[in-house]
Design a protein around this ligand. Structure first.
Ligand code: G3P
Ligand code: MG
Length: 228
């Protein structure tokens, strides 16, 4: 069962900051999950569409200038990172799962990855997910080698058929929506199943019994401890 550090290791450090990513690496995650928006052509790593919850700023992320966003405190003096800073920190010590959160992110993320391919990034190092399945289809069309994983929060009719038809690598399912039938159907279709967000020991045991392939967690040490 792979361990995805959720927004880095947000149980230990301000979410989606370099500090959070560093903590996730120290805890030994297999993957780091983060959320991106595009602002003035820059890929900003932040979860909410507004700034109030995680920074000392106000307003919608996509309405701001890059300079304003970079002037903000995202917790413990951390800045909102740009995606490049995260890649340069992680240096392939873990995979990076980019969740396309903002509007119109597919194009800029595909271009970004193309640049990093020249620096040695391989298909196994990166996974693109989103609740916006249309953005996933777009990025897959732009770069067919990219692995994509649609996010869902409800058990779909037809189980994982929709994901297979998108050419997905994985299905990313909420704890509430995951069922044995869905996991088995996804596996029969050759898809991995990753479940969010798993923080409690009882849920960890249940995910193992369902044979899911990975989980997103705010506390990577809990998953990694369970796996020993
Ligand atoms: O990718 C798993 C999880 O991050 C999806 O939900 O709201 O935390 O981005 P959210
Ligand atoms: Mg996310």
């Amino acid at each position: 069962m792979l361990c995805f550090g959720h927004r880095g290791a947000m149980g230990h450090a301000p979410e989606n900051t370099l500090l959070s990513m560093q903590k996730a690496l120290e805890l030994g995650v297999d993957w780091i999950e983060l959320d991106v928006y595009v602002v003035e052509g820059k890929l900003m790593v932040i979860h909410d569409e507004t700034l109030e919850r995680t920074t000392n700023g106000t307003g919608f992320v996509v309405d701001q200038t890059f300079d304003y966003l970079r002037s903000l405190d995202a917790g413990q003096g951390q800045k909102i990172p740009i995606l490049e800073e995260v890649f340069d920190l992680v240096q392939k010590k873990a995979g990076i799962n980019i969740e396309l959160k903002g509007p119109d992110t597919a194009g800029p993320v595909a271009e970004f990855i193309e640049r990093y391919r020249l620096k040695g990034l391989t298909d196994e190092d990166i996974l693109i997910s989103s609740f916006k399945h249309e953005e996933l289809r777009k990025i897959k069309a732009l770069d067919p080698r990219l692995r994509i994983g649609p996010l869902i929060s409800k058990t779909p009719e037809g189980y994982a058929a929709f994901a297979e038809s998108m050419g997905a690598f994985s299905v990313h399912v909420s704890l509430r929506a995951v069922t044995r039938a869905l996991v088995e159907d996804a596996h029969d279709r050759g898809l991995e199943v990753y479940v969010y967000t798993i923080n409690h020991p009882g849920d960890i045991v249940r995910m193992r019994s369902l044979k899911v392939d990975g989980v997103f967690t705010n506390y990577p040490e809990r998953i990694i401890k369970e796996m020993v």
